[in-house]
Ligand binder design. Structure first.
Ligand SMILES: Nc1ncnc2c1ncn2[C@@H]1O[C@H](COP(=O)(O)OP(=O)(O)OP(=O)(O)O)[C@@H](O)[C@H]1O
Ligand SMILES: [Mg+2]
Length: 218
């Protein structure tokens, strides 16, 4: 993959085995680096499903019937394993406990870049930068089990930022956050906006002012 990342879906359809009708019908999205795109829609409209499809979790880990194509530049996501695609496109889960898997915050934030053999110095810089932006630097050595729901959501966001994929999919990043924490998340997104593509699923309007466009699922 070269550096001119572009995520494109063509005529995407998806339904789970228990569903008779297509949940996602003919979704075609064209994106470029530098964009912030919001995925809107009522509860159950398929926002989480769409993000899971984009990064390949559906159908690789969660079975569903899928039609259509998803490309990152000229590479089809279905041709990559999740290990191959996650350095380029990754997702934070709506439910933080499904994402967090280490006992302490610092391990959670270091794991992704360590796996990619990023230097110790660079990992430390990434962690310092993002935890200061999100104002969770005081939690670095805390046990994840002791964090509040909102603090766990912030750790999930910090964790995808330290992994630093080109395309970041954030599933309800504002859920459970105070107004001040949402502002910090926005600041963090804006700090990376020029070099990344953000696709954010949210039912609320907190990110409307920084978004380039909205896609509403019905
Ligand atoms: N793994 C699954 N198996 C079967 N059905 C599923 C699965 N995941 C989601 N669904 C169903 O697909 C529909 C869309 O779910 P999804 O979680 O994508 O919606 P959403 O827009 O993210 O909702 P919310 O705003 O509540 O987060 C729902 O009816 C849900 O019950
Ligand atoms: Mg959802």
């Amino acid at each position: 993959m070269n550096d001119d990342y572009l995520l494109k879906t063509s005529h995407l359809f998806c339904k789970f085995p228990s569903q008779k009708e297509w949940l996602l019908k003919d979704v075609s999205i064209d994106t470029k680096v530098g964009e912030i795109i919001l995925i809107k829609g009522v509860n159950g409209s398929g926002k989480t499903t769409l993000l899971s499809l984009l990064c390949g979790i559906i159908p690789k880990e969660i079975k569903a019937e899928v039609r259509g194509k998803i490309h990152i530049n000229d590479v089809e996501i279905s041709d990559l394993t999740l290990a191959q695609s996650s350095p380029f496109i990754s997702m934070t889960f709506q439910e933080p406990d499904y994402q967090l898997s280490f006992p302490k915050v610092i391990y959670e934030l270091a794991f992704g870049p360590e796996n990619l053999k990023i230097s110790r110095h660079e990992i430390e810089d990434r962690i310092k930068y993002v935890t200061e932006l999100l104002k969770i630097d005081h939690l670095l050595y805390n046990d994840i089990a002791t964090l509040s729901y909102g603090q766990k959501k912030l750790v999930c966001i910090a964790s995808i930022m330290t992994l630093s994929p080109k395309i970041l999919l954030l599933d309800e990043p504002d859920d459970g956050l105070s107004f001040a924490s949402v502002e910090q998340v926005k600041k963090c997104i804006l700090a990376y906006r020029n070099e990344k593509l953000f696709i954010i699923a949210t039912t609320k309007s907190y990110f409307d002012d920084i978004a380039d466009r909205k896609i509403t699922l019905s």
